[in-house]
Design a protein around this ligand. Structure first.
Ligand code: ADP
Length: 125
């Protein structure tokens, strides 16, 4: 089945889990043929758990530069997010996430992959 791209304006406030790649006919945002393939979604920042947040410090200069760039041209590369039983976890993309927070953006574009509890444990190790 062909997939269609839906172009969304950057930083639109009321998008909640809106798929950018078209949903499959059963309503799931994941493609039917590749159940575990990634999808790109706009997710509210406060719905992404960041378990390693306090263990790593971001480079404030990088964050500032990203803020300027994101303001100017938008987020060019979505951050990677893991979906474990409907809960989103982010382990990378820390500077982009903080840049969005500081810019006051409500959502961030994420490349979402489904994961198991075992995948989650692996990331937490
Ligand atoms: P992070 O912790 O978010 O991964 P890095 O500084 O390691 O921060 O990498 C920044 C990433 O952000 C790069 O992969 C770059 O391609 C991506 N990116 C996405 N949107 C932008 C943008 N508007 N300006 C600059 N880099 C961007």
């Amino acid at each position: 089945m062909a997939s269609h791209l839906i172009l969304l304006p950057h930083g639109v406030g009321k998008l909640r889990h809106r798929p950018i790649v078209a949903a499959s006919s059963n309503g799931s945002p994941y493609p039917e043929t590749k159940k575990r393939g990634p999808v790109v979604l706009e997710i509210p920042l406060d719905q992404i758990r960041r378990p390693l947040l306090r263990t790593r410090a971001n480079d404030p200069v990088k964050v500032k530069e990203l803020m300027e760039s994101i303001k100017e041209i938008g987020l060019q590369e979505p951050i990677d997010v893991l979906d474990v039983d409907g809960v989103y976890y982010g382990f990378s993309g820390c500077h982009r996430y903080e840049a969005h927070q500081r810019l006051g953006l409500p959502t961030i574009r994420c490349k979402v992959r489904r994961g198991t509890r075992e995948t989650l444990r692996h990331h937490l190790r």
